[in-house]
Every structure is written in structure tokens, then in C-alpha cells.
Design a protein around this ligand. Structure first.
Ligand SMILES: Nc1ncnc2c1ncn2[C@@H]1O[C@H](COP(=O)(O)OP(=O)(O)OP(=O)(O)O)[C@@H](O)[C@H]1O
Ligand SMILES: [Mg+2]
Length: 231
């Protein structure tokens, strides 16, 4: 399964989401590779200490590095141009759109969804950085997105300082420790939320596969040249 984590807005937890869904599936003993398609190489920086449970490779090395992978997660970059977006979408089996409750983030997710609709690739929005003190904002964001027929995962990723501590240490949130070296008390809430998101993606992907068997991206033809000549 090829999953691209994508969004045009900066700082909406694309890299954090890529790292965590890659880690959740790795913990389920899946062979996972995280591909860093962002020129800033933030996923590479996150994994630089070698403490993540799966390899992180730059996109230029992805072809060989993903040879034996069951799940390939690509961390996309904000402000991609149209050509880059099209290629990322066509090369995916599923697209995850991390979205915050801010109106600009919602707007950009709606725009992105309209673009992806042309390609018939399944996708879903994931509400991230959800502030537990502002429940109404998350409900409102969900309603707005669903109003545009966008699937929103039930899992919501809470806003937690544990995610920032984890990134600083180069580990996933379940291993986050605070400034005094103590285990962060809310870390497992963040981890469980990403694991639930993975389970939902698994189900959505399987449902889509059943309905769209052998679907190839638009314009790609993998048939033998003899067959193409004869057609
Ligand atoms: N759920 C969360 N709670 C609190 N902080 C978070 C959460 N998720 C991510 N962060 C923090 O928010 C910041 C931005 O996250 P991240 O780098 O994943 O965003 P991005 O969308 O990949 O950004 P860019 O567009 O620059 O690639 C990071 O410091 C990260 O640790
Ligand atoms: Mg990033």
C-alpha cells in the first residue's frame, strides 16, 4: 500500500503524521518504509538518530529502498506545484490529508480534495492538533469537511506537547519524555489516536480495493508493448 500524507499548508503535522502512522504499522510487524518527499527533509531529520522503527529514505532513493516494503508512506511537502501534486496523487493508493481546525487549513483541504477527486484515489482528512479545550472547533471542522463530501477519519489527533518533545528526541510520541526526563503522562493518548487512524485507513483501503480492482492511474499503461501495438 502506497500512502501519501499531503497538504498545501505548512505546519499541519504532515511529517508528524507520516512518522506516526509509519511507526504504528511497523509495530504491527508490517515492513514499512517512510519516504521523505519534502525538500526540507524534515522526516529525515526526525529519523536521523535512528530511533524510529522503520527506515526513512529520501525520495530519490525510494525506488530501491522500498523494494520489499508492504507499506510505503510518503511525507509530502507544503506548497507543491501542480505537477508535483499530480504525480504524488497518481503514485498513491491512499492519500491522508492532515487538517487543523483553522479555517485556512480546512479551505486548503477542500481544494485538495477537489483536485484528488479527478483521480479516483481514496483519501481522507485527519483532524490534527485538536485542542481538547475547544471541542466545538473540531466538530465544526468535521461538519464543514463532510459538507464537501470529504471523508473525515473518526480518529482525531490531540494537541499535545508530548509530540514536540518526541520530535526533539527523534522518537515517536509513545516514548516522549518531558524536560525533567519523566514519561509524558498524555503520550499514550496521542499514540492510540494514530493507531486508530491506521486501522481506519486499512478498512477504507480494503473497501476501495474491492470496488475498484485493477485500477491503474490515469495515463499509465503497464501492458506489454506487443499488446499495446495489437490494440
Ligand atoms: N498533535 C500535535 N500536538 C502538538 N504539536 C504537534 C502535533 N503534531 C505536530 N506537532 C508539532 O507541530 C510542528 C509542525 O509539525 P510537522 O513538522 O509535522 O508539520 P508539517 O505539516 O510537516 O510542516 P511542513 O509544512 O513544514 O512540512 C512540529 O513542531 C510538531 O512537533
Ligand atoms: Mg513536514
Amino acid at each position: 500500500m502506497f500512502i501519501t500524507v499531503f497538504g498545501q499548508k505548512g505546519g499541519v503535522a504532515k511529517t508528524c503524521s507520516s512518522v506516526h502512522i509509519a511507526a504504528c504499522w511497523s509495530h504491527q510487524h508490517k515492513r514499512v518504509v517512510l519516504v521523505d518527499a519534502d525538500r526540507n527533509r524534515s522526516a529525515t531529520a526526525y529519523g536521523a538518530r535512528g530511533l524510529l522503527p522503520c527506515p526513512v529514505v529520501p525520495i530519490e532513493a525510494a525506488a530501491k529502498a522500498t523494494r520489499y516494503a508492504e507499506i510505503v508512506i510518503t511525507d509530502g511537502q507544503a506548497s507543491s506545484n501542480e505537477e508535483e501534486m499530480k504525480n504524488l496523487v497518481e503514485g498513491s493508493d491512499f492519500i491522508l490529508l492532515p487538517t487543523t481546525t483553522q479555517s485556512r487549513s480546512i479551505e486548503l483541504t477542500v481544494e485538495m480534495a477537489q483536485m484528488i477527486n479527478k483521480y479516483k484515489i481514496p483519501y481522507a482528512a485527519l483532524l490534527v492538533k485538536v485542542d481538547s479545550r475547544k471541542e466545538a472547533a473540531a466538530e465544526n471542522a468535521q461538519e464543514l469537511l463532510e459538507g464537501f463530501d470529504i471523508k473525515v477519519l473518526d480518529a482525531q489527533i490531540p494537541l499535545l506537547s508530548a509530540f514536540e518533545y518526541a520530535e526533539t528526541e527523534g522518537v515517536t510520541v509513545d516514548q516522549a519524555i518531558d524536560k525533567r526526563g519523566r514519561a509524558n503522562p498524555r503520550r499514550m493518548v496521542g499514540w492510540a489516536a494514530y493507531c486508530s487512524a491506521c486501522n481506519e485507513i486499512d478498512v477504507l483501503f480494503e473497501e476501495h480495493q474491492k470496488l475498484n480492482q485493477n485500477h491503474l492511474p490515469i495515463g499509465w499503461d503497464f501492458s506489454l508493448i506487443e499488446q499495446r501495438m495489437a490494440a
